[in-house]
Write a protein that binds this ligand. Structure first.
Ligand SMILES: [Zn+2]
Length: 120
C-alpha cells in the first residue's frame, strides 16, 4: 500500500487508455466528416466527433472549411452550378498547392511570384 504516492507524482491527462469505446482520433474524424455533415451518423458517433472537435484545433479548421464548402455548393446547386466557379475553386486549390511546394523547393525566389488569378 506504499505505492499510492505514484499516482500523485504523475498526473496524466484525462485520456482514456486501452478501451477504444467512444474515443476517436483525427483520422476517424476525417473519414466520417461527410457522414457527420450529412447527419448520417448515430448519436454516439456524433457525440464522439463533437468531443474530439472540442480539443482538436486542426480538425475544427477542416470541419469548418468543409461545412462552409458544403453550404456554398448546396446554395449554388439550387440555382445552377456555374462551371467557372468550379474551375476557379480547382485552380485556386492547385495554385496554393504549387505555391506551397515552391516555397519548400526554393526559398531563393522572393514573394514577388504572385499567381495570376485572371480567369475567364
Ligand atoms: Zn483531430
Amino acid at each position: 500500500m506504499e505505492n499510492n504516492n505514484a499516482d500523485m507524482g504523475l498526473n496524466p491527462m484525462e485520456v482514456p487508455q486501452g478501451g477504444s469505446s467512444g474515443y476517436i482520433d483525427c483520422r476517424d474524424v476525417a473519414s466520417k466528416l461527410y457522414d457527420f455533415l450529412d447527419g448520417e451518423l448515430t448519436d454516439d458517433k456524433r457525440e464522439a466527433i463533437k468531443r474530439h472537435l472540442d480539443h482538436c484545433a486542426p480538425c475544427i479548421e477542416v470541419f469548418e472549411f468543409e461545412a462552409d464548402l458544403k453550404k456554398l455548393v448546396a446554395n449554388k446547386c439550387q440555382e445552377k452550378v456555374p462551371e467557372t466557379l468550379r474551375q476557379r475553386i480547382a485552380s485556386v486549390i492547385s495554385i496554393e498547392a504549387s505555391v506551397i511546394s515552391m516555397e519548400k523547393d526554393s526559398k531563393r525566389f522572393s514573394t514577388d511570384t504572385s499567381p495570376d488569378l485572371d480567369i475567364n
